[in-house]
Design a protein. Structure first.
Ligand code: ASP
Ligand code: MG
Length: 411
């Protein structure tokens, strides 16, 4: 018997029919003797619908009242799911974030969880009740309703699992797990049985949008075993854990997945004076404009000048280009230019730590396809390259193939 926290996303509770199906699923676990805490999102499309209503009144609305509005979505779902469980003869009890209480800071629309009071839930669980908690919401210390940012129900699930010391946090969604890469790009992409928190974080930050990044960080920090699985199909899903079983590593590939990000843009200043403070002078105004910089590259200086390149999110391209052009002339640089038709491809895997030659293998694979690498960056468990946008599909497929990540037919 275990204590399970299960989170069901918007599509999984998108209609009365689906809510009834979730109730049946939850009961099947309850019948196996598990204690069940269920976290739900708003019915699919509801958070967007509410946001649109608010925007009709004020397109720039933010803050307290937006949170009051958005949290109603989840409140609907907890009530309906509890009713469906009760109809089936099971004691169920719904909780809003504030009722739990999930205490957050007061950063409306993107609050962070400070603490969770597990006392009431513990008591109800002991009485055999199924607990249904509204995801994505909390209260600050003055009792104001807050939300955790879009996709925040994942974080509610993980945080509750940590606070209750649950055996596993299971995220039920519309995909059946985490894949070696996006199956829409590589049809042979394979579902992973297991991946580490670190790898999942890299994959998620690179655009594999299965889980909210903050939820993965939280799970890693508190070592909560996290499982992603389908609401609609049977299966074991993918377990995200810190624990790499030594026996498993025999078969464990060096590379776990290929991630990519289409939303990249690159800015370059050529011929900047190679003097102290130049990087700061260029990137200072960029960060003052609230633009996040990803890769940064500076060449070895020659003739007293150097070249400086960095990447930003494509949405920030126009603003960044303007800043860089102004800077180039005030610094007396030769020229400033940009390219917003670039993408980033990355290979991710903890196995890289113990295997040499992974980078050169990656570059070899890309060169065989005639793909030119514009920038390279590495971390302990990831190697990223920037290439032209037109090479995205070809590059991802070649890497997936070259690192042997495809489905094993012999099974
Ligand atoms: N309903 C919220 C959203 O759509 C929270 C969530 O589903 O995780 O972002
Ligand atoms: Mg979600």
């Amino acid at each position: 018997m275990a204590l399970l926290v299960q989170k069901y996303g918007g599509t999984s509770v998108g209609s009365i029919e689906r809510i009834e199906a979730v109730a049946d699923k939850v009961i099947s676990y309850k019948q196996q003797g598990h204690d069940m805490v269920i976290v739900v999102s708003a019915m699919s499309g509801e958070t967007n619908r509410l946001t649109t209503l608010a925007h009709e009144i004020d397109p720039s609305v933010r803050g307290r009242e937006l949170d009051v509005l958005l949290t109603t979505g989840e409140q609907v779902t907890i009530a309906l799911l509890s009713m469906a469980l009760q109809k089936r003869g099971y004691a169920a009890k719904s909780y809003t974030g504030g009722q739990v209480k999930i205490l957050t800071d007061n950063a409306h629309n993107k609050a962070r969880i400070v603490s969770i009071d597990a006392m009431n839930i513990d008591r109800d669980l002991k009485q055999g009740k199924i607990i249904v908690v509204a995801g994505f919401q909390g209260v600050d210390e003055n009792g104001n309703i807050t939300t955790l940012g879009r996709g925040g129900s994942d974080t509610t699930g993980v945080a509750l699992a940590a606070a209750l010391n649950a055996d596993e946090c299971q995220i039920f969604t519309d995909v059946d797990g985490v894949y070696t890469t996006d199956p829409r790009v590589v049809a042979e992409a394979r579902k992973l049985d297991r991946i580490t928190f670190e790898e999942m974080l890299e994959m998620a930050s690179l655009g594999s949008k299965v889980l909210q990044i903050r939820a993965v960080e939280f799970a890693g920090k508190y070592d909560v075993p996290l499982r992603v699985l389908s609401s609609f199909e049977e299966g074991e899903g993918t377990l995200i854990t810190s624990d790499i079983n030594e026996d498993d590593t025999v078969e464990q590939a060096v590379i776990s997945g290929i991630a990519f990000n289409r939303d990249e843009a690159q800015l370059t200043i050529n011929g900047v004076p190679d003097t102290p403070g130049v990087a700061y002078q260029i990137l200072g105004p960029v960060s003052d404009a609230n633009i996040e910089v990803d890769m940064i590259l500076q060449n070895v200086g020659a003739d007293g000048t150097t070249d400086f390149t960095f990447t930003v999110n494509r949405n920030d391209y126009d603003t960044a280009l303007e800043i860089v052009q102004k800077k180039a002339s005030s610094l007396g640089a030769r020229e400033a230019s940009g390219n917003n038709k670039i993408v980033k491809l990355s290979i991710v895997g903890v196995g890289m730590r113990s295997h040499a030659g992974i980078a050169s293998k990656m570059f070899e694979i890309l060169s065989k396809e005639g793909i030119n690498i514009l920038m390279i960056s590495t971390s302990e468990i990831k190697i990223s390259v920037v290439v032209e946008e037109k090479y995205l599909e070809l590059g991802v497929r070649a890497l997936h193939d070259g690192f042997d990540l495809a489905e094993d037919d012999s099974e």
